[in-house]
Design a protein. Structure first.
Length: 491
């Protein structure tokens, strides 16, 4: 159970994630936010008496002080005085019955991390007050924060799914829909699994088609929908932009480098004749879109510039969560080819990373030099599936971190290799990347899967799977692998 009360004009918290420690139940009430800065957990004490003292201090501050008043911003009074923190302060309470644990909770909308160390067992009964702590802020010369929480923490056997606002509502059914975003009509298709219960949160998978595809590319495949039915996944597949005015090109998804035509590492002195482009422009055809005329830096640009696809996807997930009962802690992303490249972007970009639990790009890799890991504090599991004979988006050789090059006709696009990107993600999640990737048995005869996170129990957080195939989705077996990965990393 996760309850969030963002009263007092503080805005809402989108998600909280348990990062480490035993499973816990959390109840959070955000009472007031006084601008932004950093704070830490301090003053951990025991007993109910401390809680009473904090309450009395807060009430005294509220009665005796007059906060500094500042001009209204966005229609709300912006109060920020020396007593802001104490006025907002409440108590941190924990109920524990297990060993001393370090639990980190991350409020991703505000980019803040709260750390609580629980008391040792044996000093208190399992349902008694175990420890009381205060949240105090670190002052800065320009801003300060006053936040108050009441956290009730108790052992659980699993992390319960939070209810989205669409729970209980008669929302979307399987079909194709449109929505307005940024002044543009966007199209998406929804598949609601058989047996869906409007009162029970279901996991959600967002799926992104390849270059020139549409919302039907995955959802018209019976393997995709039948496995979603049997495992209870809601599927949503949006359509990219490009086929209509002003571009009249292939539908596409834009990601780092694809609109500007610039790679992520500039000129590399170790590469003879290297440039800053994502392709060899001397022989690669010009696929650039009219909407990118003011954005592109060379003729390697090859996706649309009409809209911010990342912002659209975040809005789309919000919309689906408001119409269907979604487990907001378990929203996943996958896509094929250009859609797979965009899936990496969703995981890397801080604007969207907090929306997703895990990603699984299919025959899609970032352009050369874009080696960023997950764009959020908590880890994001990642599976990449590629083809060893793919000449469009080649994965490269095992344990070779070099970039790869398209050799399809006259196209010569440069991509980050599968080894380089999975090593980057594994290292960011604390895995040992000093040696070669270790084999992992995913249960399929089609794939050779390897990981740098071999110390993980069960399925590793970062997994590189390659099959003897070209630039093909091979959904007859790859879709099961993707859902297996999501199943194993459901939080």
């Amino acid at each position: 159970m996760l309850c969030v009360d963002a009263g007092g004009g503080g805005g809402r918290i989108r998600r909280l994630h348990r990062v480490e420690g035993s499973p816990i139940k959390v109840i959070v009430r955000l009472r007031k936010v006084c601008r932004a800065s950093h704070f830490s957990a301090a003053g951990l004490a025991r007993g109910r008496a401390h809680q009473d003292r904090v309450h009395r201090a807060r009430e005294a501050d509220a009665a005796n002080s007059e906060p500094e008043r500042r001009p209204k911003i966005g229609g709300q009074s912006n109060r920020r005085g020396p007593n802001c923190a104490s006025n907002a302060l409440r108590t941190l309470s924990t109920k524990v019955s297990y060993a001393s644990t370090l639990t980190r909770l991350v409020c991703e909308q505000f980019d803040l991390t709260y750390t609580v160390r629980t008391a040792r067992p044996g000093n208190f009964q399992s349902r008694a007050m175990a420890s009381i702590g205060e949240l105090r802020m670190k002052h800065s010369t320009r801003s300060m924060i006053g936040m108050t929480f009441f956290l009730a923490v108790a052992p659980l056997t699993s992390w319960a799914a939070p209810l989205s606002s669409g729970c209980g509502a008669v929302g979307l059914s399987s079909g194709t829909y449109t929505m307005q975003h940024g002044g543009i009509t966007r199209t998406f298709r929804v598949h609601v699994p058989t047996g869906y219960d409007k009162n029970t949160p279901a996991r959600l998978v967002t799926i992104f088609h390849g270059w020139g595809g549409n919302e039907n590319e995955f959802l018209s495949n019976k393997t995709v929908t039948s496995l979603a039915n049997s495992r209870g996944y809601i599927l949503v597949a949006p359509r990219g932009l490009g086929s209509g005015s002003p571009d009249s090109r292939n539908n596409s998804w834009s990601f780092s480098g694809s609109t500007t035509g610039l790679d992520g590492d500039g000129v590399n002195s170790a590469v003879p004749g290297d440039t800053t482009a994502i392709c060899n422009a001397s022989i690669t055809p010009d696929y650039s879109y009219p909407s990118c005329a003011s954005v592109k830096k060379n003729t390697c640009s090859w996706t649309q510039c009409q809209a911010d696809d990342v912002a659209f996807v975040v809005a789309l997930v919000d919309l689906v969560e408001s119409k269907l009962c979604v487990d907001a802690n378990n929203v996943f992303a996958t896509g094929g080819s250009n859609g797979g490249m965009f899936t990496w972007e969703l995981g890397q970009n801080p604007q969207s990373a907090t929306t997703f639990r895990a990603i699984a790009p299919l025959i899609g890799l970032p352009h050369r030099g874009y080696l960023r890991a997950q764009g959020k504090v908590v880890g994001m599991p990642a599976l990449v599936v590629t083809g060893t004979t793919d000449n469009v988006v080649p994965p490269g050789a095992w344990d070779n971190p070099s970039y790869t090059t398209t050799s399809n006709g006259n196209d010569r696009y440069f991509y980050t290799g599968a080894t380089a990107i999975t090593r980057s993600w594994a290292q960011a999640q604390g895995c040992n990347v000093s040696g070669n990737a270790v084999s992992f048995d995913d249960g399929s005869s089609k794939t050779d899967c390897r990981t740098y996170c071999s110390a993980d129990a069960g399925w590793p957080r970062v997994l590189d799977c390659r099959a003897k195939m070209g630039h093909s989705y091979s959904l007859s077996w790859s879709w099961k692998l993707i859902l297996d990965f999501f199943d194993k990393h459901t939080g």
